[in-house]
Design a protein around this ligand. Structure first.
Ligand SMILES: C[S@@+](CC[C@H](N)C(=O)[O-])C[C@H]1O[C@@H](n2cnc3c(N)ncnc32)[C@H](O)[C@@H]1O
Length: 197
């Protein structure tokens, strides 16, 4: 158990070094893949924050999306991503803290990044997503629909809490139990799409 204010890049690099990566699916998440597959505009500026090994970022790039941005503040995550997807453009790899990023995107993809953050950062996360998105930009992805019995990360939450975070700045387009979660997360994830107001 790690104090929540110690969840810095050194903490995450230690997880990569130790091989403790229970969050890592090892291939593109089916729900995110399905979402990307139905998008027709391949020029969307897409940010994948806290992307880890970056399976979804690599998938999007290989599928022809021309402006995919991988972001993770752990140098070891970045290194692992580069090993898996050596063809991914170097200039689209952002090895920085999400909260200090300054740029504009059309889409932010969420998967196990929100749940990795200290709970005290949740409002800041919602504000940052809002500020990083162009007008009409979207966040799409997955959130755990329950609390965990241990102290995180991952930190869980409730649909009510998430809606409370998102409703001020975003129109809720989809918010439902994911039908295509990976088996160990079946019935435990919300798939959501929200659009910046
Ligand atoms: C639980 S892992 C999830 C990785 C990936 N999304 C996945 O599903 O495999 C969380 C990742 O977020 C990164 N991270 C946590 N806080 C961050 C921050 N403030 N800025 C950038 N990356 C961060 C960590 O380094 C770690 O790689």
């Amino acid at each position: 158990m790690e104090p929540q204010n110690n969840l810095n890049s050194a903490y995450w690099s230690r997880q990569y070094l130790s091989g403790r990566q229970g969050w890592d699916i090892g291939y593109p998440s089916p729900a995110i893949k399905a979402y990307l597959d139905q998008l027709t505009n391949k020029n969307l500026r897409i940010l994948l924050p806290g992307a880890g090994k970056g399976w979804e970022a690599g998938y999007a790039f290989r599928e022809g999306f021309s402006q995919v941005y991988y972001l993770d503040f752990s140098p070891l995550a970045v290194k692992a991503f580069k090993n898996i997807y050596p063809e991914f453009p170097e200039e689209n790899i952002l090895g920085t803290d999400f909260f200090s990023l300054s740029a504009t995107f059309d889409l932010i993809i969420e998967q196990t990044f929100f749940s990795s953050l200290p709970r005290s950062k949740r409002n800041e996360w919602a504000d940052k997503c809002y500020n990083l998105l162009a007008k009409g930009g979207k966040i799409a992805g997955l959130l755990f629909n329950h609390e965990f019995i241990f102290d995180g990360p991952p930190f869980g939450g409730s649909p009510k809490e998430y809606l409370g975070l998102l409703e001020t700045g975003f129109e809720i387009l989809t918010f439902e139990t994911a039908y295509n979660s990976i088996k160990p997360r079946s019935e435990r994830e919300i798939f959501f799409i929200v659009r910046k107001k």
